[in-house]
Design a protein around this ligand. Sequence first.
Ligand code: AHM
Ligand code: MG
Length: 334
Amino acid sequence: MTTRLGTTITKKIMEEQRQFPKATGDFSGMLYELVVGLKVIAYEVNKAGLMSILGQAGSTNIQGEVQQKLDIFANTTLIHKMDHTGYLCGMASEEVDDIIEIPDRHPQGGKYVLLFDPLDGSSNIDVNVSIGTIFAVYRKISDHPKCTMEDFLQPGTQLLAAGYAVYGSSTMFVYTTGLGVHGFTLDPGVGEFILSHPNMKSPDKGGIYSINEGNSINWDAKTHKVVEHFKANDKTDGRPYSGRYIGSLVADFHRNLLKGGIFMYPPDKKSPNGKLRLMYEAIPLAFIAEQAGGMAIDATGRRILEIPPKELHQRTSLYIGSRQDVETVRKLLG
Ligand code: AHM
Ligand code: MG
């Protein structure tokens, strides 16, 4: 009997590498390792409900191991998966205040830096609702043998790759190296990501708006105007739009990428600079959105990829999704 597995992630990464004749394979090697880390996280996320029967985080499980909270588990999994590969000169994570250096006992001189939000959608972790991992990769630019902050604080226009995993009814992996966006679904039987969504394209205009309307008391007049626009009745323009908000950026973004629509996290009185993080949430998803034909801007109308980063954990407002919808918001925000 023959089995048709389809295109594996390994094959796709290899195909993309061949487009760069001078490639050493380091970049591909780094992506392979990262994908393995994401599979480990997916496995653990899928067991999470069962774990809560066996014991809560912080308690001791039946093997006598102290259980970690899932976001901490995801963070340490990625760090330990990636720190000995020799491909990276450093990492940055939402869970860690400073740059994560490669320990001296591991190979040094890696050419790349990796930034990630190890488990995005923290409010959904305990309730079995989709969460995900977001990552961004830059080339090291400093001369220093170890990485420096300069290597991390690069604008999104310098990205080499970005992607995410979404742990939903299936686990999906979506990434781009600037050659289009490709989506893979994890086949749990063989433990491999299979190409299920080649060359993903964002619908040019959508029918969904995603925003936390519970924050509306803290919005300014422009944000109210934007949301009222999407809720207004105009059959010729496909309005009113449907409201959809999971509360996991990665899952909300993924749904809107497939179906068309806009995700918004505006600045408000509680978070005057927005809530989401520029370096490992907004920038990687903006790169994917643009690669899929969509757009991403902040509340001043700036392209997310052109914002000069000032600090690792910088926050930003974010309007991301279908091109026409983001363009409409840009005009409404004036
Ligand atoms: P997290 O990285 O701690 O999970 O926070 C980011 C999350 C996003 O996934 C999501 O879009 C947003 O916070 C939801 O925020 P809110 O609960 O304010 O609507
Ligand atoms: Mg997050």
